[in-house]
Design a protein around this ligand. Structure first.
Ligand SMILES: [Zn+2]
Length: 268
């Protein structure tokens, strides 16, 4: 009996296949039932491959919805193992995100010069490549909060830097003193580390099926590219590197190369 219980405890996370909280809105996650078992189908949304995970009720697509997505009817295209195709519609509702205005004094960080722009473009190419990573590992969608601190700036905020409109906030900011540890919120593999113009010292983790998380403005990086990390493993420390107004962790979760609301992944 004791052995059985131990086995069940051990198998529980694998059997559960917890999914993120569904929020069919721009910046949210749509979860669609594709149908019963059989071989794993392949699904796409706006030309991006999306995660398809096995659940008790058959295959489910877990679709990241861009902040720029228009509310209304959308659909996911599914290709089954026998070549058959099907379309699965869903409705996206409007969602209001607030706005944030910050002031950055260092002009170079606001309006980079030609040399900086060259560097920024090269870094963007490396980041695009990392975000295109696909591994056939079922992600553990139950994410822990990666660092202790105050949620200082929410996902999706419409931002203005020195009164100039910028892209909306692609992540969640957690403010804490420099040196506060950052832990991997879910098992993964380190696919990119670096010291970037805007992001400062940063780490990208691949969790499988196009689920990628990103940690920016670190003071120290404690992992190397290629390293496999367990949930809870320290990947670095909070800092104030890159374009920041103070020490904090900027944390983004990407699904199908789309930044989505991290709070949808918190342990339930
Ligand atoms: Zn941020």
């Amino acid at each position: 009996m004791r052995v059985l219980l131990l086995c069940l405890t051990f198998l529980w996370p694998a059997l559960l296949h917890a999914l993120p909280t569904a929020l069919p809105a721009p910046g949210g996650v749509a979860i669609l039932s594709l149908g019963p078992g059989g071989a794993q189908p392949r699904a796409g949304f706006n030309d991006e491959r999306v995660a398809v995970v096995p659940t008790d009720g058959g295959w489910k697509a877990v679709v990241g919805l861009p902040l720029s997505l228009q509310p209304g009817d959308h659909r996911v295209e599914v290709t089954w193992a026998d070549g058959r195709r099907s379309w699965h519609g869903f409705t996206v509702h409007d969602r209001e995100y607030g706005e944030s205005r910050i002031t950055i004094d260092e002009e170079r960080l606001v309006s980079p010069g030609p040399e900086d722009l060259k560097r920024i473009e090269a870094e963007r190419a490396r980041i695009r490549k990392a975000l295109a990573t696909w591994t056939d590992t079922v992600p553990d969608f139950n994410f822990a909060v990666p660092a202790e601190g105050r949620f200082s700036s929410g996902f999706g905020l419409r931002r203005f830097i020195n009164d100039q409109p910028r892209n909306p906030h692609s992540g969640l900011d957690i403010a804490a003193p420099t040196g506060t540890p950052i832990h991997a919120p879910s098992p993964g593999r380190v696919i990119l580390t670096g010291d970037f113009f805007f992001a400062g010292k940063a780490v990208f983790l691949d969790h499988g099926y196009g689920v990628i998380s990103f940690y920016a403005h670190m003071n120290d990086i404690h992992v190397e590219e290629g390293q496999v990390v367990e949930r809870g493993e320290r990947i670095g420390d909070i800092g104030a590197t890159g374009r920041v107004t103070g020490p904090h962790l900027h944390w983004t979760i990407y699904l199908n190369r789309t930044a989505v609301e991290p709070e949808l992944f918190f342990e339930r």
